[in-house]
Ligand binder design. Sequence first.
Ligand code: MG
Length: 227
Amino acid sequence: MRLLLFDIDGTLLTSSGAAGPAILRALSDLVGRPVGLNGISFSGKTDPLILREILQANEVPEEQIEALLPHALQAYATLASSAITADTVRALPGAQALLEALAPQHNTQLALLTGNIKRTAYLKLDAVGLGGYFAFGAFGSDDGDRNALPPVARRRAETVLNEPVAFQDTVIIGDTPRDISCGRAHGCRTVAVATGSFDVDALAAHTPDIVLPDLEDMDVALAALLD
Ligand SMILES: [Mg+2]
């Protein structure tokens, strides 16, 4: 059984501008003063890590961050449900066609591996009609450390499929060096897609098994994922 674990942002869709303001508003409300991004980058990070880094960058004391984080994620999820809509999310070229072609493949299981908390993961996917391709996954709400997520995804796959799944038969598809290192940490195959904030050369420098410019060339993408 081959397990294909898709990242969401920058890989299947873009939701630039939708999540950031919701996160900052949730954090500002909780901290009781305006909280800024202060240069924190989102790419490849889990939501819990993003929120933690923003709070640190705004000089919120560490012990307060621990107490705030669960509430902050909850508040973000609530605000996100009105911020993440068909107007603010766009599927990346080729993504839907590729998933449609992969879904009926024999011995192949689609799932998610994303830093998004589960609620916003499906908010984003459903906004562009892609949620139905993914029955399960591993999410930022499972662990703030992305490298801890492949075992979570594998465990869920084994439960759903009722058969063992090997990391060597698992492919991690993502748009950042963090996706690549997360896959490599567990001996998974890694396919990098340059539709996020890293171009082909930047991703190639992190030596994934394959780098694709995008998911538009269906034959190339299918070969990368299934060969
Ligand atoms: Mg991504």
